[in-house]
Design a protein around this ligand. Sequence first.
Ligand code: ZN
Length: 344
Amino acid sequence: MNQISQTLDDLVSRFSAAVSAASDERELDAARVAFLGRSGEITVIRRGIGALPSAERPTAGKIINDVVATMEEQLIREAQRIQLRAFDAELATSIDVTFPAPASRLGTLHPIRTMTSTICTYFERLGFAVVLGPEIEPDYYTFDALNIPADHPAREGFDSFFITDSLLLRPHTSPMQIRTMEQHQPPIAILAPGTCYRRDAVDARHLFQFHQVEGLLVAEGIHMGHLKGVLTGLCRELFGPQQNVRFRPSFFPFTEPSAEVDTTCPKCKGETTTCNMCGGSGWIELGGAGMVHPNVLREMKYDTDVVSGWAFGFGIERLALTRYEIDDIRRFYENDPDFSRQLR
Ligand SMILES: [Zn+2]
């Protein structure tokens, strides 16, 4: 009996060392099979009970059963230890859903949108109404009513994207002048921003789709001085308090007299001849303007002896290029959020 106890003590300590050294379930199971399996060491000892005197057999059987119970308890503890360690390892390599998320990157308004709303705000302060209209227009609103009859050579520069024989993507926002004057009697003061389409080849200064803003003021006694004052105020709003405006004689079918509008180069203020923004001229071209042609007012049944008006049309991209000192118009449409963020 003493010999069995000694053998068991030795066996238990070897079993204990083996299972506590097991690093995974496979090693743990190998230890279980070696000691407790069908041909395991305990089984061999248990079979030896039959050789003992019959009086000793029950005691020996009980001792062996107690040892087996202790070993099985240790197996359960070691199995839990191995499972816990596997769980910890998995946790270390997986995503911690309780970890605070990084701050999200807020978007910004597109620079064209910012520029448009700045212009709208300025004109709304002056009492102008902002009007929006369709991007597909009949040729009557696009050309005929604006003193560009079918055989007029000026029409060719605009007739870009016809959808039917008489419907086209608007090449300017001027149809909104006609739509407004059809509906209302003077005084009229509107601003019409929106998308326009022309068949320009795309390069650093041109796009086939762009944004324009037009202003129209029709009332009694309106003259070019009012136009120059309003546009000077706009340029000072957009580019700084030192801005001035100059008119250069030009031609548009829908205005008479007509002018190209320039503003002081906001980069060099006309003080250097090597400025890359204005080419050293000191002036930046903004767009066209002039007094509304009497033919246009008469088409609207307005009395041209009583009312007069002016109109202007500027490209919003061009204003944004100047304001943000950007050298390529295509940058506005590359969908680069870092670009827009810089221009807030
Ligand atoms: Zn300059």
